[in-house]
Design a protein around this ligand. Structure first.
Ligand code: OFO
Length: 169
């Protein structure tokens, strides 16, 4: 059964959202690097590449289900974060917005009884839980560390730890 027009359109919207998330994290990564946090920059670059993988997953699904993946302009990432804490608050908010979009497609697929798409979206539902949890854990650490000061030892320690994470990009 071919994708319905409405689901195809919604999935294409999701494709663009995943591409935009990759751009946003790349942009935050360059900001973090410029501010002396090369480990956090690395973390954000890896996160960006995970987002690009999500985009490809959606692209392949649309194509495999008889639809056409549409590659469009991506909105610009927006202003730089004000601090490391602000950076991860923005990352968390971004993930929450993405979760909302994913839930909307899952709900739409349920209404249309498109169980293939519903099943496909469950992978993203699970992934969003992981990404939100990780962002919240990092935010907690950053808040304990103080979150604002580049000279903060606890932040520098976190920066070192994030050099190789996430490791499943
Ligand atoms: Fe694609 O998972 Fe984050 O946004």
């Amino acid at each position: 059964k071919r994708l319905s027009d409405s689901i195809e359109k919604a999935l294409n919207g999701q494709l663009t959202k995943e591409a935009q998330a990759a751009e946003v994290y790349l942009s935050y990564g360059t900001w973090a690097d410029e501010n002396g946090y090369s480990g956090i920059a690395n973390f954000l670059y890896r996160h960006a590449s995970e987002e690009r993988n999500h985009m490809m997953k959606v692209l392949e699904y649309i194509q495999n289900r008889g639809g056409r993946a549409r590659i469009t302009a991506i909105p610009a990432p927006g202003p730089d974060p004000q601090s490391i804490q602000d950076c991860f608050e923005k990352v968390f908010q971004h993930e929450v917005d993405n979760t909302t979009a994913i839930y909307a497609i899952a709900q739409m697929s349920m209404q249309e009884q498109d169980w293939a798409t519903w099943n496909f979206m469950q992978w993203f539902v699970k992934e969003q839980v992981e990404e939100e949890t990780l962002a919240l854990q990092l935010l907690d650490r950053i808040k304990i560390a103080g979150g604002k000061n580049a000279q903060d030892d606890a932040l520098l320690q976190l920066d070192r730890e994030l050099k190789d994470k996430p490791d499943d990009a």
